[in-house]
Design a protein around this ligand. Structure first.
Ligand code: TRP
Length: 338
């Protein structure tokens, strides 16, 4: 048996609407680095999906395809181990989406909790793009086209996985062909939701509270030093709150010295440890982690041709797999005319 056949398949992706940040790292990128060692991993840059809420700016999406690719490569996604590709160049995906659209009710789509929350966040009001409403179905096409077993995502994407599995079951039952497989989410142990620099519950570009892989060390220091902490902790000798304090959350995620973090937390809670000291330490930890990423990113950004080549190769491989699945799907439906 071919080695590729025994490996689990992973599919995941990002909308290229902005550069990636530490929240993406904790939520999914870290898991992808592990998974690429043992699985056949497809990583999709979801430019078509980005259009569902950025139809007015395809040029920005195109530029960010390369920014996101640089982020992947700089953090250690290896194009020899993971297949990185561009969603809009895999034509089997919209065709699968078209077939799956008939397997989901409008009512079911309206009640998808992630979509509901995003509609509010994005302030669509009554003007929700139809493409946005059905993006969970196109996401099911992305996942099933590669017969993925695993999808590394943040917990907020769990309803998408559920929707995918409903489509898989419905397709297999309706066409009496067990060709699509159910998928499992790989969610980070701590839930994977990194709070923002401002202490808000999520790091995100739209909240302007993120540290990016493309930030230079000076910018990172500035951001860390102006982070939200415990607003009641006014004097160094005051006892401070660790819970809900993003500075400690970040240390939990990024400082490998767990004992040191535990003792800092204790000291802070008792009083006598100033915010400045904690931030200074966090800054050192983050710079140590992010500086090589920043430098690698800068270096790779100078060779656009090499970047294009990586995407071309990945997209070629992705097309082979997705076309194969599409053929099976059409055959299961009896649409193999001659
Ligand atoms: N929804 C993801 C994001 O917002 C991108 C995405 C598209 C995706 N298709 C997917 C993620 C399939 C996992 C699986 O970034």
């Amino acid at each position: 048996m071919n080695l590729v056949d025994v490996k689990k398949v992973v599919l995941t992706g990002d909308r290229p609407t902005g550069p990636l940040h530490l929240g993406h790292y904790v939520g999914s990128l870290k898991n992808r680095l592990e998974l690429q060692e043992s699985c056949l991993q497809y990583i999709m840059i979801a430019d078509s999906q980005a259009l569902t809420d950025h139809a007015d700016d395809p040029q920005k999406i195109k530029e960010h395809v390369f920014e996101v690719l640089l982020d992947y490569l700089a953090i250690g996604i290896d194009p020899c181990k993971s297949i990185i590709f561009v969603q809009s160049l895999v034509k089997a995906l919209p065709e699968l989406t078209l077939y799956y659209l008939n397997l989901v009710t409008w009512n079911r789509l309206k009640h998808n909790p992630t979509v509901k929350q995003e509609i509010l966040q994005k302030g669509f009001g009554e003007s929700i793009p139809a493409g946005f409403m059905v993006y969970p179905i196109s996401q099911a096409a992305d996942i099933t086209a590669f017969k993925a077993h695993l999808v590394p995502v943040g917990a907020d994407q769990l309803p998408m996985i559920e929707q995918t599995n409903e489509i898989v079951r419905r397709f297999n039952a309706l066409y009496r062909a067990p060709i699509l497989i159910e998928v499992e989410a790989v969610v980070p142990k701590q839930g994977g939701r990194l709070p923002g620099l401002d202490g808000k519950n999520k790091m995100s570009k739209s909240l302007n509270n993120a540290i990016y892989f493309s930030d230079c060390p000076e910018v990172i220091t500035h951001k860390v030093m102006s982070m939200y902490t415990d607003p009641q902790h006014l004097r160094v000798e005051d006892p401070g709150k660790v819970k809900g304090n993003p500075v400690f959350y970040y240390l939990d995620c990024f400082d490998p010295d767990k004992e040191k973090v535990a003792s800092m937390k204790e000291h802070y809670s008792k009083g006598g440890l100033g915010d400045f000291q904690v931030k200074k330490h966090l800054n050192e930890i983050l710079i140590e982690f992010l500086r090589p990423i920043y430098e690698k990113r800068l270096f790779l950004s100078k060779n656009r041709e090499a970047l294009v080549d990586i995407l071309k190769q990945g997209t070629l491989q992705a097309n082979i797999k997705a076309q194969q699945t599409l053929k099976e799907v059409r055959t299961a439906m009896g649409f193999n005319y001659w």
